[in-house]
Ligand binder design. Structure first.
Ligand SMILES: Cc1cc2nc3c(=O)[nH]c(=O)nc-3n(C[C@H](O)[C@H](O)[C@H](O)COP(=O)(O)O)c2cc1C
Length: 165
């Protein structure tokens, strides 16, 4: 794992994210990962920030709220079966890491591990989070994505470390 600057592989990060990445959380001894497709790498409050969006219904919501930190691991097109499984099954019902045959890489500066076999990794500490207020959202977007009311909470994680495998 070679340390990189947070925006050194921004293009690869955003391309890979749109194809499915792993958002990993740890609470007590339990590690869970879920597939994400939306997010951003940015600079806010004088810090590098990775933003992820987690719907209320996700087990990850409970994990990330408790932990106050998370990692994002980007497979850059690899691990397609695991991306699929972790985007369809819940950590509420199973150990997805084992089920998907994923390996964990030890944490670097925080407590949450990374997903092995990925090429880019970010470790993040929640700086700010906000549940979406659907009344403030563009109507067409609200109708398209939130017909069932399962809103996202947006997590702004300070990027504490970024790595290329
Ligand atoms: C390609 C892809 C991208 C996804 N992106 C997100 C996302 O950005 N936010 C979200 O809340 N769910 C997203 N999901 C759905 C979750 O991964 C899925 O509901 C998962 O089973 C939740 O796992 P959990 O209950 O263990 O947290 C995505 C699913 C796929 C297949």
């Amino acid at each position: 794992m070679n340390p990189i600057s947070y925006n050194e592989y921004a293009r690869e990060t955003l391309t890979s994210l749109s194809q499915g990445a792993f958002l990993t959380t740890k609470k007590d001894d339990q590690v869970n990962t879920m597939t994400i497709g939306w997010g951003a790498v940015s600079y806010m409050w004088g810090k590098p920030v990775f933003t992820v969006m987690v719907r209320e219904s996700r087990y990850t919501k409970h994990m990330i709220d408790a932990a106050g930190e998370f990692t994002v691991s980007l497979p850059e097109g690899a691990l397609a079966d695991a991306v699929k499984l972790c985007g369809a099954k819940s950590g509420r019902d199973m150990d997805k890491i084992a089920e998907a045959g994923l390996t964990l890489l030890p944490p670097a500066k925080l407590s949450t591990p990374f997903i092995g076999g990925c090429s880019l990794h970010f470790e993040c500490k929640t700086l700010y989070k906000q549940e979406m207020d659907l009344a403030l959202l563009d109507e067409a977007t609200r109708d398209r994505w939130y017909a069932n009311g399962d809103v996202h909470t947006i997590y702004y994680g300070e990027i504490i470390g970024a790595y290329r495998a």
